[in-house]
Design a protein around this ligand. Structure first.
Ligand code: DX5
Ligand code: ZN
Length: 224
C-alpha cells in the first residue's frame, strides 16, 4: 500500500487568507491539498471553482487534488486541467460515460480519480478500476464540511483495497473524505485508505493549523 498521506481540504480554510492557510499546513508537512468544487446541482451547495484553483496553483507546488461534485463533469475537465489540477476526481454517479471521462482526464495530463457516495457499492468500479490512480470512498454525503463520519464506509474501503489487490494495483490510492480527525483517521488507514482528507479538523480544529495537522499524523503513527 502507498505511504499514508494527510490531505487538508481547503473547503474549511479561511478563503480571505487561503495562501497563508495552505502555507501553514505545508510548514507542518502537508504536500497534498484537496480542492472541493460544488455546483449547487449535483450537491446542494456551491463552493469554489476555476479562478480560486488558478490562484492557489500560483502560490504552491503541492499536489492539488480537485474533487468535482458537479453534474456532467466532462464539460469541465479541460479547464480544470488547464487551471493546474494534479488530479481530477469525478463522481461515478455524475458521469454518463465514466470510461471516456477517465481517459480524457489522463489524456489532458492530470491523474484520474473516481468518487463513490456512501450508498454506491464498491463493485460499480470493477470495470474502471485498472484505469484509475485513485478511488475516493466518501465517508459523508458530499456537499458540506463538518459532517459526522459514516462508519459503515470502512467496509467499503476494505472492499476497494481487496479489489485493487485482485487486479494487482498496488499503487492505487484509496482516499477517504468526510469526518476525518485524529479519532477516525487511524480506522480509515487500517481499513486500507492511504489518502486521508481532512477539512474541519485541520482548518477549524482546536489548535493551530500546524498542530491540527500534526495531531492527525501522530494518531496514525500511534494507532496504525
Ligand atoms: C464534502 C467534501 C469534503 C469536505 C470534508 O462534500 O467533499 O472534502 O471538505 O470536510 P470535513 O473534513 O470537514 O468533513
Ligand atoms: Zn471532497
Amino acid at each position: 500500500m502507498p505511504e499514508l498521506i494527510v490531505a487538508p481540504s481547503v473547503l474549511a480554510a479561511d478563503f480571505s487568507r487561503l495562501g497563508e492557510e495552505v502555507r501553514d499546513a505545508e510548514q507542518a508537512g502537508a504536500r497534498w491539498f484537496h480542492f472541493d468544487v460544488m455546483d449547487g446541482h449535483y450537491v446542494p451547495n456551491i463552493s469554489i471553482g476555476l479562478p480560486v484553483l488558478e490562484s492557489l496553483r500560483a502560490v504552491t507546488d503541492s499536489f492539488l487534488d480537485v474533487h468535482l461534485m458537479i453534474d456532467d463533469p466532462d464539460r469541465f475537465l479541460t479547464p480544470f486541467a488547464a487551471a493546474g489540477a494534479d488530479m481530477i476526481t469525478i463522481h461515478q454517479e455524475a458521469s454518463t460515460h465514466l470510461h471516456r471521462d477517465v481517459h480524457e482526464i489522463r489524456r489532458l495530463g492530470p491523474q484520474a480519480g473516481v468518487a463513490i457516495n456512501p450508498s454506491t457499492p464498491a463493485e460499480t468500479l470493477s470495470e474502471i478500476l485498472p484505469f484509475l490512480n485513485l478511488v475516493l470512498v466518501m465517508t459523508v454525503n458530499p456537499g458540506f464540511g463538518g459532517q459526522a463520519f459514516i462508519r459503515s464506509a470502512l467496509r467499503k474501503v476494505e472492499r476497494v483495497r481487496a479489489m485493487a489487490a485482485d487486479f494487482g494495483l498496488i499503487d492505487l490510492h484509496v482516499q477517504v473524505d468526510g469526518g476525518i480527525d485524529p479519532e477516525t483517521a487511524p480506522d480509515a488507514a487500517r481499513a486500507g485508505a492511504d489518502v486521508l482528507v481532512a477539512g474541519s479538523s485541520i482548518f477549524r480544529g482546536p489548535g493551530t493549523v500546524q498542530q491540527n495537522y500534526e495531531d492527525i499524523r501522530r494518531s496514525l503513527s500511534v494507532h496504525v
